[in-house]
Write a protein that binds this ligand. Structure first.
Ligand code: ZN
Length: 330
């Protein structure tokens, strides 16, 4: 535990040190960003439009964000070792604030993250933020800000894993005047090893209306309903005939001949018990109905519309039987 104590002491030593210094907003407060924000959130408050518009207070952080390309850099120092790099630790007054853009993280913050990474806390999740608003921001306001490492928690174990909460506090200025503070908390943690139970394939929902179908599948028979009145085949199973409304029916056992009417290849998202990529086909059965099922026996990228397929039954985990269709030469 001595190592933990030493780590904690080094983490605590980061408290109060700067995380960013003399940042400047990439853009002054402006109406287009305000409009996009309000549109995205569906906020129709009239205070945010018109000649006297103010920015929604909750946009506070938006004016300090570095955007997709990340912070502006002024040389190799930001990619150098976190513990040195005089350019990043130097006062921001060495570059013209108005054109420098948001600064890179300070070596102090890089050091904090490095300590946590080295301790195995390589994952990060944002947990919460608190904001305080001291004066409204208006279009044209030029934003400057600085961020300090406010606190590092003792080691905590959460459902995600064990790690440390790191809280930073950003003071946002407009025209040299404090406009608000933004406190942001992350958890840097070592992901918990999960004992995932072996994934099993989802079970069909068996109801009174389709129980006969699943009983047939267990016997390796694919049963299609047929209306006793108008003789129309139907699939999936339904209590009544969509053609004539008749409630009486019997079944026809599918011959197993079919063709691919259409298909998709599943890549993402992966589901437990499925192994993407795989092809899911909409199969025209010779009996005149369609069924959705996996196409097997051919590579997923060789499945084609019109391809002949043959029914077969596969057993999955713990006794589940499902109809699938084998493509390619039979
Ligand atoms: Zn009918």
């Amino acid at each position: 535990m001595a190592d933990d104590d030493e780590l904690f002491a080094r983490l605590k030593a980061c408290e109060g040190r700067p995380a960013t210094l003399a940042g400047t907003g990439k853009d002054p407060v402006n109406l287009p960003m305000i409009r996009h924000w309000c549109e995205a959130l569906g906020d129709t408050n009239p205070a945010y439009t018109g000649p006297d518009a103010v920015a929604p207070p909750t946009m506070l952080q938006a004016w300090t964000m570095t955007g997709y390309p990340g912070p502006a850099t002024s040389g190799p120092a930001t990619s150098g070792p976190a513990t040195s790099g005089p350019a990043t630790s130097g006062p921001a007054t060495s570059t013209p604030a108005a054109s420098a853009g948001p600064p890179a993280r300070t070596p102090a913050y890089d050091e904090l993250l490095r300590l946590l990474d080295e301790a195995g806390c390589t994952s990060v999740v944002a947990t919460d933020c608190e904001q305080e608003y001291l004066r409204p921001l208006r279009p044209g306001d030029e934003i400057t800000f600085d961020t300090v490492i406010e606190s590092v928690s003792a080691r905590k174990t959460t459902r995600l894993g064990t790690g440390y909460f790191v809280t930073t506090r950003t003071r946002v200025h407009a025209g040299g005047e404090l406009a608000g503070t933004h406190r942001f908390r992350i958890l840097k943690y070592a992901p918990a090893r999960r004992q995932t139970p072996a994934a099993i394939r989802p079970r069909p929902v068996v109801s009174r209306d389709n129980a006969g179908f699943w009983e047939g599948v267990r016997r390796h028979e694919l049963l299609i309903q047929r209306c006793s009145g108008c003789r129309a085949p139907r699939f999936p199973w339904l209590p009544g005939c969509p053609a004539c409304g008749g409630l009486d029916w019997d079944t026809v056992r599918a011959s197993g001949h079919g063709t691919v009417h259409s298909y998709v290849v599943m890549h993402h998202p992966p589901f437990p018990a499925f192994d993407p990529p795989y092809a899911v086909g909409l199969i025209d059965l010779a009996e005149g109905v369609r069924i959705v099922s996996n196409v097997v026996g051919v590579p997923y990228d060789k499945v084609r519309i019109g391809m002949p397929v043959r029914l077969e039954f596969r057993s999955y985990d713990d006794g589940l039987v499902l109809p699938v269709f084998r493509g390619g030469p039979s």
